[in-house]
Design a protein around this ligand. Structure first.
Ligand SMILES: Cc1cc2nc3c(=O)[nH]c(=O)nc-3n(C[C@H](O)[C@H](O)[C@H](O)COP(=O)(O)O)c2cc1C
Length: 328
């Protein structure tokens, strides 16, 4: 598929997820065959004011092989335009994505994220400001609407197309659903029928087969996967493989899960340092271990530890327990 001038072979994208889609995790997914990966959302104001935290979140460099989409949020077209210009000059991502779907009260109160679904005029101004500021393709990520009585994804997607946005990602939930309830994929189909730019379907893909069903059912051009990738970085490649071949690759076994958790831990500590990296990794490790034998007690012990060597030793001990001495 193509987004603007960007050719994308693998239409399975890692969703932007605050606190999750960071550099170490993206690296891991890339090694497994992920192609277009989104960053966590980044504040346009933070970026313009040179806020260190915002700049850290961009955290990629051109050595990161494959394609990268940087997502920004904000309610002010001027800051959004400036932030996009900074990104284009200093960071050169492959595309810039505009967050118009975040449901969190703090974001919505400031008029950004999914609040923009309620303010089409401002949403249009932001789209136009960013599109005109950069040569990179600009995409937008939206929700079905604010609530069931205000399903306006089609209007917002049409507005995006009119303003020169090159693709629209649709999370098939309303703002007031947050992450609860079922995603209603029909809205993706409705958007697809009404715009000529590529549509990226998102919401409730938990397996390669789900992705196939979403594409068949809605006609969307690509899929974006969020929560199901947590503790499961293999899913992006397994989904691409399924879409290409119809074959469902086996899920990773226990030893592979633990070994991958160990390399993720190593990458996160190398990148963030021990003090930030260990707390950040705890949730990831819990996701990797979910459902594995004796994992509850291992997770409890991990949550007590603060040093890389201790956590790595515990994971190795666990690996040894599961596989026997040969896998040490
Ligand atoms: C912890 C978490 C953080 C998220 N952060 C972002 C974000 O920064 N930007 C964004 O557009 N969506 C964000 N999302 C929404 C996801 O990108 C995605 O739209 C949503 O989870 C639905 O897809 P899924 O059913 O595959 O998880 C986040 C979701 C979760 C669970």
């Amino acid at each position: 598929m193509q987004i603007g001038n960007l050719m994308i072979e693998t239409p399975v994208f890692l969703a932007p997820m605050a606190g999750i889609s960071d550099y170490p995790y993206r690296q891991l997914i890339r090694e497994m065959g992920g192609q277009l990966l989104y960053t966590e959302m980044i504040s346009s104001k933070g970026l313009v004011y040179g806020n260190e935290r915002s700049r850290e979140l961009i955290d990629f460099n051109r050595r990161e092989k494959g394609l990268i989409a940087v997502q920004i949020f904000g309610e002010d077209p001027v800051f959004m335009r400036e932030a996009a210009a900074i990104l284009a000059v200093e960071y050169q991502p492959d595309l810039i994505d505009l967050n118009m779907g975040c449901p969190m009260p703090k974001i919505v109160k400031s008029g950004s994220g999914s609040a923009l679904l309620q303010d089409a005029k401002r949403a249009g101004e932001i789209m136009a400001a960013v599109v005109n500021a950069v040569k990179l393709p600009v995409t937008v990520k939206i929700r079905a609407g604010w609530d069931r009585s205000r399903l306006n994804a089609v209007e917002i997607a049409q507005l995006a197309e009119e303003k020169g946005v090159k693709a629209v990602a649709v999370h098939a939930r309303t703002r007031d659903q947050f992450y609860l309830g079922k995603a209603d994929w029909q809205i993706i189909q409705l958007v697809k029928e009404k715009v000529n730019i590529p549509v990226i379907g998102n919401g409730d893909i938990f397996s390669p087969e789900d992705a196939g069903a979403m594409i068949t059912g809605t006609g969307c051009d690509a899929v974006m996967i969020g929560r199901a990738v947590r503790g499961n970085p293999w899913l992006i490649h397994r989904t691409s493989h399924f879409l290409q071949t119809g074959e469902v690759l086996a899920e990773p076994d226990c030893p592979e899960r633990i070994k991958t958790a160990l390399s993720h831990l190593e990458g996160a500590v190398a990148y963030f340092g021990e003090r930030l990296g260990i707390p950040r990794m705890r949730k990831h490790l819990a996701w990797y271990l979910k459902g594995l034998p004796h994992s509850t007690s291992i997770k409890e012990r991990i949550f007590q530890l603060n040093q890389y060597q201790q956590v790595a030793a515990l994971l190795k001990e666990y690996l040894h327990m599961i596989t026997g001495p040969a896998e040490r």
